[in-house]
Design a protein around this ligand. Structure first.
Ligand SMILES: *Cc1c(COP(=O)(O)O)cnc(C)c1O
Length: 385
């Protein structure tokens, strides 16, 4: 599958699903192979390749991994049953007494799970703001963690952390750096080229992009590292695999990923500019807005666009924020992000009191709809608060 290694342009890699032709039929779309087991020949050797059992030997999964590896500029990728399955396998590499530093104020599902996990496993957990580069890198120097986990851009605060600066200090402190780049996708940002050891995505989000597959992926800078060999064994042994059908769907979804990202970024930028300075809006958090945190860094780190995810604060309280959601006529009120359809979410309802998520915060995942329609719906809902 490595014969297309020279292909570097994401639009080409994605549209052609890595250059795949179905060997059985000549089809330009892969066949969906659902078999759980594979035949052996008379000498009891696997008939085709190393195929023995379907837990982690499936062609659609391998092909989707191959496309992701190319898009990511990685050495290898592993797909999992969900983003959380990818994450929990990664954190499962930590042993009792080891130290994990994670970014504070990230995807709440990660924070909530990691706290409990580290508590059970007696892993030392430190949460810190990685968007403050100097303070964070000083912490790495003094704490010398085993693993660092950051989310870029973060969610729902939409903060940008300096992956290159953090990875440089991580290396000298002997720590591995993993980046959750779900809100960027490999089209906008390639953390491995900036020095990260592992990149993680919830492929449920923009990578698949159609709100119809739950999947997660890890990609690595070094496929011969101890960590990567562990992760491969762990997925095989613990079995948090992606189903063949989901991988087939994912391959189809990814064909348009670069195209979708281009449109979503353009739509998001126009919406952020519309909201910025609007009389009913207190603040807009989007890396494309020049007075938002990390704008210059994001311009450097995500040169092809600032992403599809933003948060904004409605002037007023919880009531005004929920009223805004109530009066949106086309954009669905639903959790999740990265789909072709825009989704709006009142994060405080989901996260509760514990996280410090402001009650007037609205998170918006911007889709590929007509931008005038989107702005029209938002404008109308704001006028009805
Ligand atoms: C959704 C999400 C996850 C979890 O992924 P699932 O596919 O839902 O398990 C992790 N990180 C981020 C940033 C997410 O948005």
């Amino acid at each position: 599958m490595s014969k297309n290694k020279e292909l570097k342009n994401p639009a080409t890699i994605a549209a052609r699903a890595g250059g795949h032709v179905d060997a059985g039929s000549g089809g330009v779309v892969p066949a969906l192979q659902q078999s759980t087991t594979f035949v052996r020949d008379e000498n009891y050797e696997p008939l085709i390749g190393s195929n023995v059992y379907g837990r982690d030997q499936n062609d659609q999964v391998r092909l989707a991994e191959h496309v992701l590896t190319q898009l990511e500029g990685a050495q290898d990728s592993l797909l999992f049953a969900s983003g959380m399955a990818a994450l929990s396998t990664l954190f499962g590499s930590l042993k009792r007494g080891q130290k994990l530093i994670i970014q504070s104020g990230i995807y709440w599902g990660t924070t909530a799970w990691v706290r409990e996990f580290c508590n059970h496993r007696e892993i030392i957990l430190i949460e810190a703001d990685s968007s403050e580069t100097d303070v964070f890198t000083d912490l790495l120097k003094s704490e010398k963690p085993d693993l660092i986990f950051i989310e870029v851009p973060s969610n729902p605060w939409i903060l940008t952390s300096d992956i290159e600066a953090i990875s440089n200090i991580a290396k000298s402190a002997g720590a591995l750096l993993a980046v959750d780049a779900t809100a960027a996708t490999p089209v906008l940002m390639q953390p491995i080229s900036l020095g990260a050891d592992i990149v993680m995505h919830s492929a449920t989000k923009a990578i698949n992009g159609h709100s119809d597959v739950i999947a997660g992926v890890l990609s690595c800078a070094d496929a011969s590292s101890d960590l990567w060999l562990f992760l491969k064994r762990e997925r095989h042994g613990a079995g948090a695999i992606l189903s063949p059908h989901s991988a087939w769907m994912l391959l189809r979804g990814m064909r348009t990923l670069p195209l979708r990202m281009k449109r979503m970024c353009a739509n998001a930028m126009a919406i952020a500019q519309f909201l910025d300075g609007h009389e009913k809006i207190e603040a807009v958090w989007y890396p494309g807005i020049d007075h938002h945190q990390g704008h210059a860094l994001a311009t450097d780190q995500m040169p092809k666009g600032y992403g599809y995810l933003m948060s904004f604060l409605i002037k007023g309280s919880r009531e005004e924020a929920l009223n805004f959601c109530k009066h949106l006529e086309g954009i669905h009120r639903a959790t999740s992000l990265g789909g072709v359809e825009s989704l709006v979410e009142h994060r405080h309802t989901i996260e509760g009191e514990m996280t410090g998520c402001p009650e007037n915060l609205i998170r918006l995942s911007v889709g590929i709809e007509d931008v005038a329609d989107l702005i029209g719906e938002i404008d109308l809902a704001l006028s009805r608060i």
